[in-house]
Design a protein around this ligand. Sequence first.
Ligand code: SF4
Length: 234
Amino acid sequence: MKELQIGGLVSFTTIDYPGKLAAVLFLKGCPLNCEYCSNSHLIAVEQGEYDPEKVFNWIAARKGKLEGIVFSGGEALMQADATIDYMKRVRELGFSIGLHTNGFYPDLLKKVVDIVDWVGLDFKATKEHYKDLTKIDIAYDRMIESLKFWVSTGHGLEVRTTCDPRFVSKEDLLEIAKIASDLGVKNFAVQKYTPYHEEEARQTTPAQREQFFNDDELKQKIESLFESVVWRNN
Ligand code: SF4
């Protein structure tokens, strides 16, 4: 069995797995190269900073204190069997399993359908801007395939869009919301973009980043499409 490469750990969170007290594992490796990535140190699959067995023992000791473990990244499914085997072991301890994913691996998502209870899926931009943002041609189509599949399972799902004004306009956000809603998504999240590193020529202003959150008409339209919408404005 390949060893899981873990690049980060948040020991307690109430926001990364809706409705559950959880910890988050940040796994190494991501097939995308998003312009706004705040985890660029996780993009390469390389030796992780954490001993996976020590982390496993730590998780086991959290029984009764935590309800769920979230696998995030990077792209948690990029380590394929190493991730899936580890998820299974954590689930056998009695934890719910959450997965944050960019949807790039629909075939692997199908393999974890009996292991993962809830997915947070990134819908990053409209098809027109997906490649510009992620640098990968097929990322949009893969994400849509993953989205359709996970909706069909009936398992927990939140689709989220991080509103980087360089790649997403208010019109785009509404279009994304409509596509997600038409595909059967019930829970949507709008996330504020934080500028970690921006080229001088493409810098964004606070007003540009805030525009998605102070437009009542846009809010109303988006909220009418879903059972729940979370506005993560911080
Ligand atoms: S999908 Fe996430 S981890 Fe991967 S490059 Fe994009 S922002 Fe970074």
